[in-house]
Ligand binder design. Structure first.
Ligand code: FPP
Length: 238
């Protein structure tokens, strides 16, 4: 009976899709505070939203999506919070069988400084990259122990170590962790700053902000950002 027919979510159609989007997953702490919960509960809820939105990027056919999960500055947070975040990354990867399979054809890659991350987590990261590496869906970059300045400095150091004495923009583009330019940066939670995210790749990014806190972020919010992106007139300085 039509009345009981399962409602299909209509596939959002966009005439222009960004090749590469960056998402700053912000507002977990405030979300938890509003509910009288510890900050770690906000991160846990945020990690479920990460899985949902990564999957949606895959469904929409976005080529690459970079999620800011842990910055080089986040080590300054209380030990308990840092451990909880590392635990969430581990859980996601240990449950890779379910999470990564359920998330369709997405490929997972970690970007950031490996120094400082436990051997156990590094091993899980490597395994997930290998396991999903042969897929051809959305490349999901998870930025862990990542800083945009650190990324540029490390790219330059790599070039120097390889004997380069005169460095061009292309050299740096080829040496940063990921390089298609980032077309769209999404930041929920009402903050309107870049916070050391994708500094090199964001040279011509469009920005989309929203007051919604990351754990409340839904597919429809991603669609709103994409709909807004469709309307932007990008001139790249020309
Ligand atoms: C910033 O919000 C958020 C973080 C520092 C952590 C983001 C990490 C996740 C959502 C988990 C991702 C999980 C996987 C598996 C990739 P905040 O806590 O600083 O929020 P606040 O500004 O409200 O305090």
């Amino acid at each position: 009976m039509a009345l009981f027919a399962k409602k299909e979510t209509p596939k959002a159609e966009f005439s222009v899709l960004p090749n590469h989007i960056g998402i700053i997953m912000d507002g977990n702490g405030r979300w938890a505070k509003k509910r009288g919960l510890p900050r770690t509960a906000g991160h846990k809820a945020g990690s479920e939203v990460f899985k949902k939105i990564a999957k949606e990027c895959g469904r929409l056919g976005i080529k690459e999506a970079t999620f800011y999960a842990f910055s080089t500055e986040n080590w300054k947070r209380p030990k308990e919070e840092v451990n909880a975040l590392m635990g969430l990354f581990k859980d996601y990867l240990i449950d890779a069988e379910n999470d990564l399979t359920a998330s369709g054809n997405i490929r997972v890659r970690f970007i950031g400084e490996r120094n400082g991350i436990s051997q156990e987590l590094l091993h899980l990261m490597d395994e997930a990259e290998i396991e999903t590496g042969k897929r051809n869906g959305t490349l999901v970059n998870i930025a862990v122990n990542y800083g945009g300045r650190q990324e540029i400095v490390s790219a330059v150091n790599k070039l120097i170590a390889n004997g380069k004495t005169k460095i061009t923009e292309n050299d740096i583009s080829d040496s940063v962790y990921t390089m298609p330019d980032c077309d769209l940066i999404i930041r929920p939670s009402g903050e309107e700053r870049l916070s050391n995210f994708l500094l090199w790749q964001a040279a011509y990014s469009e920005f989309w902000y929203s007051d919604v806190l990351w754990p409340d972020f839904k597919e429809k919010d991603l669609h709103s950002a994409l709909a807004e992106f469709e309307k932007r007139n990008r001139r790249f300085g020309g």
